[in-house]
Design a binder for this molecule. Sequence first.
Ligand code: HEC
Length: 152
Amino acid sequence: MKIPSIVSVGLFAGLTILIAASPAVAETAAAPVEPLELRKIMWNLSKEMQLAVDGIVTENWRQVEQAAMRIADHPGPPPAEKARIMAFMGSDMGQFKAHDDKTHNSARELAEVAAKEDADGVISSFSTLQETCLACHQSFRKPIQQHFYGQQ
Ligand code: HEC
């Protein structure tokens, strides 16, 4: 039973090389490109923002708090993708990271005021949080999408 396992290891290695090679191909091809993990993370953030809004209108502060905590603790992209983003951003990476930090910190503040059931504080912190999303999008969404997906 040794041989089949060697064959499958060989196949697996071949597959890994294919997968590893595909991003480089994708960046130069005009064909539709597999979205970055970052985009999925972003849509999750958007879902959490929606849950927070629903929590505000139903005065369910616990729901607001939990959604805000999930935004505050949101994961980054996997290391390989992070490396590709950093390589593209170059010296702008510090600014990008600063935007990211602001989102994490504002989300933490939102969670804190929600835990205190401070309705006005929640509205104001939510708005601050939303501004941090917008600020990064205004600076970086287009360049990143143009680079990783081509003209759209
Ligand atoms: C540090 C920068 C940064 C911050 C902060 C940020 N985003 Fe994003 N966001 C991006 C980038 C870059 C993209 C484009 C990703 C892509 O298309 O692969 C994006 C795309 C998105 C998208 C997908 C829309 C599309 O163009 O397809 C949504 C939804 C989104 N962000 C929601 C949020 C929300 C909600 C927040 C705040 C809680 C947030 N983002 C904070 C950088 C950021």
